[in-house]
Design a protein around this ligand. Structure first.
Ligand code: DLL
Length: 433
């Protein structure tokens, strides 16, 4: 079922007309109300009315996270403070948080787009949704919450933490949809198992997982363990929060970007030049309707590819591939570039090797080293030492062969790698310490 048939299936020509209209009025607002943008435009001798077609977007300046930080906390807002009804922030690993704001209409749009996302996942108002995304300054909890209510489903505002209690609620309340990070879904599975609860006996039919990168191999693992359809949801606080793009359950192949509100592009992260359709690069998004925090060509740092071909589900909005990783998560090990997701795919192809892993980077005598710690099943771990060593060597060999990096593999016991209730920490980097 489609939540907003008219908007979600707009013929491309009409969709692009709508995008151009919205782009032009957003640029007017950004230029006149945000000193940062007025400064950028003036430097380039550019005025909003110079943008006459969607392809003119390439003349607009890019916006980066640092620009938001430089204008911390509210300097990029395009409306007076009294029109802002909500603030969220993402903590980030370094420096000050990135602060975002919403008007009443922004919140309504977000709820609508999340309702679209739920229905794209095959959910409906008859569902009960267990929401384990954190409530608070993080956008996950409240974003999902408002969308579920907008669609008319029953929402369980569980938030993060208290894994054992969550398992009890899953068992007792019988929700049909689970929302959390993919790594937390696996953690819930482990905790359920140790309490003697089989996920497959629960009433869940669908999981809406996002907020961190995860591979198709991880999806297969989650689907088989949890007995549900696992779908990918993408978003970032700067642009809105969850629900910028959502995978449909019809094709389960790429995430529809809600293009009547967001204009996506792919650029080469090095040269910053736009790339032709279908090429892999950094996703850049321009918000088309956001009132409180309009962003022009925001660099997400996320690497993906846009698929302009029509989707079987009937939605006309373009799809993006599952995010491969972030440009700033790319590991460069002795000159070889590799993303954690590529290592994840390789690990999960091996029977008995689990989805919980951590990449540990060290510098030894000015050489970078990579250690991959990965949990193995109980029966693999209790195997003879020589079998474990053989498996370690086999994994190291295929990683070297396919990804070109030398890694030391350390197979560890189940439950040894620390679990996160939010985003998993896949990389531990001791190089700068
Ligand atoms: O993570 C919003 C969100 C909440 C999305 C719940 C989905 C579900 P931030 O904390 O600002 O916002 O982090 C945004 O997380 O730039 C990506 O690098 C990463 N990310 C989000 N969704 C996905 C996904 C929320 N499905 C950053 N796949 C983004 C891969 C994702 N990475």
């Amino acid at each position: 079922m489609i939540y907003d048939v008219e908007q979600e299936t707009l013929p491309r020509e009409d969709l692009e007309k709508l995008q151009l209209n919205r782009l032009q009025s957003m640029l007017e607002r950004a230029y006149h109300n945000v000193p940062f943008y007025r400064g950028r435009f003036d430097e380039l001798g550019l005025r909003p009315e110079h943008i006459r077609s969607l392809s003119d977007i390439k003349y607009l300046p890019l916006t980066e996270k640092q620009d938001l930080r430089n204008n911390y906390p509210f300097g990029m807002f395009a409306v007076p403070k009294e029109n802002v009804v909500r603030i969220h922030a993402s903590s980030g690993t370094t420096g000050k948080a990135t602060v975002v704001g919403y008007t009443r209409r922004d919140i309504r749009t977000w709820a609508e787009l999340m309702a679209r996302s739920f229905m794209a996942a095959g959910a409906s108002r008859r569902d009960t949704i267990h929401n384990a995304y954190g409530y608070g300054l993080f956008t996950g909890g409240l974003g999902v919450h408002y969308g579920a209510e907008q669609m008319g489903a029953t929402i369980l505002p569980v938030s993060g933490g208290g894994t054992k209690r969550q398992v009890m609620l899953l068992n007792d309340f019988g929700p049909s949809v689970l929302c959390c990070t993919p790594s937390f879904a696996l953690h819930l599975f482990d905790v359920a198992q140790s309490s003697g609860i089989n996920f497959r006996d629960l009433s869940l039919h669908c999981g809406i997982f996002g907020a961190e990168p995860w591979t198709d191999e991880m999806r297969a693992d989650i689907e088989s363990k949890l007995g549900l359809t696992a779908l990918d949801i993408y978003g970032l606080s700067e642009i809105m929060g969850p629900g910028v793009a959502m995978e449909c359950d019809t094709a389960q192949q790429g995430l529809h970007i809600w293009e009547d509100h967001f204009l996506p592009e792919i650029i080469d992260p090095e040269t910053k030049e736009p790339l032709p359709p279908g090429e892999k690069g950094e996703l850049v998004i321009t918000t088309l309707t956001k009132e409180a925090l309009p962003l022009v060509r925001y660099r997400t740092k996320d690497l993906t590819r846009l698929t302009p071909t029509p989707c079987r589900c009937g939605r006309t909005h373009m799809r993006m591939d599952k995010v491969l990783g972030r440009t700033d998560d790319m590991l460069i090990i002795r000159g070889v570039n590799v993303f954690p997701s590529q290592i994840e795919s390789m690990l999960l192809e091996t029977e008995g090797v689990g989805p919980h892993y951590q990449l540990i980077l060290r510098r030894e005598e000015s050489m970078d080293t990579l250690e991959i710690q990965v949990e193995v099943d109980e029966h693999v771990f209790s195997d003879e030492i020589k079998h474990l060593q053989r498996l370690e060597q086999k994994l190291a060999k295929s990683i070297k062969e396919f990804l070109g990096v030398t890694a030391q593999i350390k197979l560890v016991e189940p439950q040894t790698i620390s679990r996160s209730e939010g985003k998993a920490q896949r990389i531990v980097d001791y190089r700068g310490v």
